[in-house]
Design a protein around this ligand. Structure first.
Ligand code: F0G
Length: 458
């Protein structure tokens, strides 16, 4: 018999989880104004709100925490991280930041001005928020295939070169400070970008003299997909693929809470010394001195170790395999999901499940609330609430997709947890016709409303 798959780690520390009754959950979600961000973590059984900062560190990372050097300047932990970034990514310059959006803030302060346009593949919400906050515009150039959840395309994160070229042609070079490739593309379903696409985007941008940056939060997961899906890369190591990916870009912002498997941290890396000098000023202003950037020395050390572990094939195989396992269970029950399953999350197609609800009643948010009520599972809406209002017209932006994202924390849950989640969703799917009303907004913030929005039942 062929030996079955087993995780390349064992569990040393466990964190007990509390169960609750449906009645308790009904009260808690009502008190939370039907916003899952407002729940206390003890009110959640399985937390799939995000894979960001929620992973389990290895014992090597915990040892690095003890070895952390807390010197204000010139910390040994900083140099440990610098060595890994130079080695793994081939980037000569970097500044640590406290997380990904802080890296965006530092980079965009140096690069983006009012009236600019920033093309890319479905910019993540903080990225878009930082662009729009500067009165610039993020232009989504993702391939059309990404918005058809049933289409099995290996690289749905790809940028459409025609869309990109039309942006590059129709604006002056001075108005396009950079192009951002998000690897993997979170907003379109944790979908990867092919090496071929990265290479072509890079070449096109070079022709128009526009720098290209990665939003690199899940760069290692992207590299894994290149290895298993892209012709010619089957025999390459993950680290060789990572190195090649970075060779095509001018820099990257990184949320280390994802593929560096730490609870907090990020960085900004770049090639150009002049840009590095410019961002250094904003790093000191917003984050902290250049050798700690808003983090403790121990965080830098754990991040250095996490970058090494996060780019190991056996780890990625187990991680992405678990996400695929949940996707396969849901498919078995007939629950419509984004195909193929993404790297860090399963994206459930709420528009298909609750097609009888008007879009004004927030289908994906309604499904997220139902899932919490059903089994204490917390996912997150990737739909109209997240898409926010048009900054000019203040009208709701209705995205093509209404998704419920189930993001899987790294090395944290077992496949029994995945089975539990799948059955919860299957039960909801069976009784979907009985869900006859959604929610309406009673209070919202002017920007990034989904974090604090308050809702009531229609
Ligand atoms: N870019 C991408 C692609 C992200 O997914 C995130 C965060 C960020 C940037 C910002 O990084 O949180 O460290 O400031 N994504 C989390 C999520 C929050 O749940 O997907 P951050």
């Amino acid at each position: 018999m062929e030996l079955p798959y087993a995780e390349p780690y064992k569990i040393k520390v466990v964190e007990p989880l509390g169960r609750s009754t449906r009645q308790e959950r009904e009260q808690w979600i009502k008190d939370a104004k039907y916003n899952l961000f407002n729940l206390r973590s003890e009110q959640v059984f399985i937390d799939l709100l995000t894979d960001s900062g929620t992973g389990a560190m290895s014992h090597h990372q915990w040892s690095e925490i003890m070895l952390g050097d807390e010197s204000y300047a010139g910390s040994a932990s900083y140099f440990k991280l610098k060595d890994v970034i130079t080695d793994l990514l081939g980037m000569p310059h970097f500044v640590p930041t406290h997380q990904g959006r802080a890296a965006e803030n530092v980079l965009f302060s140096a690069m983006i001005s009012e009236g600019d346009v920033v093309p890319g593949n479905s910019h993540f919400d903080t990225t878009k928020g930082h662009i729009e906050f500067r009165r610039a515009t993020a232009i989504d150039c993702t391939i059309d295939e990404a918005s058809d959840t049933t289409l099995d395309h290996p690289f749905k994160g790809n940028i459409d070169l025609n869309k990109l070229e039309s942006v590059l042609k129709s604006h002056s070079r001075q108005k396009i400070p950079l192009c951002i490739i998000t690897v993997t593309c979170n907003t379109s379903g944790g979908q990867p970008v092919s090496m071929e696409n990265i290479r072509e985007v890079s070449a096109m941008c070079r022709k128009y003299e526009v720098p290209v940056f990665f939003d690199a939060a899940r760069f290692a997961e992207n590299a894994y997909f290149i290895k298993i899906r892209e012709k010619g890369y089957e025999e390459h190591s993950i680290r060789d693929i990572v190195r090649e990916m970075y060779s095509y870009v001018d820099g990257a912002t990184m949320s280390s809470k994802k593929d560096a498997i730490v609870n907090i941290g990020g960085f900004l890396a770049c090639r150009d010394k002049k840009l590095f000098e410019k961002v250094s000023m904003f790093c000191i202003l917003y984050e902290g001195y250049l050798t700690y950037g808003g983090l403790a020395g121990r965080d830098l050390a754990a991040m250095a170790q996490g970058l090494k572990e996060g780019t190991e094939f056996s780890y990625l195989e187990s991680r992405i395999g678990q996400v695929a396992y949940l996707g396969a269970q849901l498919k078995k029950y007939g629950v419509p999901c984004q195909e193929p399953t993404g790297g860090h999350a399963v994206f459930v197609d709420a528009k298909k499940i609750l097609k009888h609800l008007p879009k004004e009643q927030y289908q994906a948010q309604t499904l997220a609330i139902e899932l919490y009520l059903e089994g204490g599972v917390r996912g997150v809406e990737i739909g109209t609430l997240l898409a926010d209002r048009d900054p000019k017209t203040r009208e709701n932006r209705y995205p093509q997709l209404e998704l419920l994202r189930l993001a899987i924390p790294r090395r944290t849950y077992t496949n029994n947890h995945m089975d539990y989640v799948a059955v919860c969703l299957s039960n909801i799917y069976q009784r979907r016709e009985q869900i006859t009303a959604g929610y309406r907004i009673v209070r919202e913030a002017p920007i990034m409303r989904h974090f604090t929005v308050e809702l009531e039942k229609v």
